[in-house]
Design a protein around this ligand. Structure first.
Ligand code: NAP
Length: 278
């Protein structure tokens, strides 16, 4: 039987329509969900990502406040910007676009975001709460993956899940989210040995490595669930998806799988933050 395609593009389209309706409902209470995006410097990829997030806000009727700071911004200046957004009652979510220029202490700045406005799930407190199973906004890419898994009613309980990558925004929170869903989780990273053997035993694989087609299709166990978080200019992900429809039981395509879920989760969490103030 051909594998189930976990269609993030379609699910995010459906979700966007629901979010739009909820934004309209909130407007009756004179609340417009509002996301502040902070872009520091002129990194072209970051500019594109922020633009995509702002465009999505506009599509669903949310307000986005663009804060653009120069390449020479100091940690203190960025902290001061975050503090004023924390104190602004009309701002429901704060997104600090990663990466920031190297002179800035990015972790300190992430952690300065008010937990109630941490809709991108980047604070240590938010990560800790999420890991402990306490209500918190999850980091958007892994949280989007979990939403996709739930949408397709895949049961991960007891599965051998292997997450390849351990970044603070993706691999680590992904592993904790799968653990909280009772999967048995292994995390691989650049110092891991025999990754191919580990993956061959996996019932669920998440590719979050940042290397095109790093995970080979012949490593994937027959019937495994395959989640590819990577996206590269050559329009492939971190997993070699050639012939995957005949190997996996379910998989995320690239593009159109994980990618659309990230921004959708950001606006969903911004909506939830605004609803919490109603
Ligand atoms: P990252 O911060 O560069 O982290 C990459 C991780 O992969 C690190 O933990 C690293 O291990 C590990 N790694 C690197 N080389 C490895 C190797 N040879 N063997 C095993 N592990 C290795 O990347 P990221 O931000 O998590 O992103 C990962 C991927 O997801 C990228 O393809 C990125 O484009 C994609 N992504 C997509 C979205 C989306 O919206 N769809 C969002 C974010 C990221 P160490 O910790 O040991 O260095």
């Amino acid at each position: 039987m051909a594998a189930l395609v976990l269609d993030g593009k379609e699910f995010s389209r459906i979700s966007e329509n629901i979010i739009k309706e909820k934004v309209e409902e909130l407007s009756k209470k004179n609340i417009t969900p509002s996301l502040a995006t902070i872009l520091v410097g002129n990194d072209p990829a970051s500019e594109t990502y922020v633009k995509m997030k702002r465009n999505t806000c506009a599509r669903v009727g949310m307000k986005s406040i663009a804060v653009e700071l120069s390449e020479n911004t100091t940690t203190e200046e960025l902290l001061s910007t975050i503090k004023s957004l924390n104190n602004d009652q009309n701002v429901h979510g704060i997104l600090l676009q990663h990466p920031v220029p190297s002179q800035i202490d990015e972790r300190l700045c992430f952690n300065a975001i008010d937990i109630k406005k941490d809709v991108d799930g980047v604070t240590c407190l938010g990560f800790g709460n999420m890991s402990m199973g306490i209500d918190a906004y999850g980091s958007c890419t892994p949280a989007g993956i979990i939403r996709l898994i739930k949408h397709y009613k895949l049961d991960v309980q007891g599965l051998n899940a292997v997450v390849v990558g351990r970044s603070p925004i993706l691999g680590k929170p992904m592993a904790m989210m799968l653990l909280n869903m009772n999967a048995t989780v292994t995390i691989c990273h650049s110092r891991s040995r025999n990754i191919d053997t580990i993956i061959k035993n996996a019932d669920l694989v998440v590719g979050a490595v940042g290397i095109p087609k790093f995970i080979k299709s012949e490593w994937i166990k027959k019937g495994a669930i395959v989640i590819d978080a990577g996206y590269h200019p050559e329009k492939c992900g971190d997993i070699d998806l050639d012939n995957i429809e005949n190997i996996a039981s379910a998989y995320t395509p690239v593009p159109g799988g994980v990618g659309p879920m990230t921004i959708n989760t950001l606006i969903l969490q911004t909506l939830q933050s605004a609803e919490n103030t109603a």
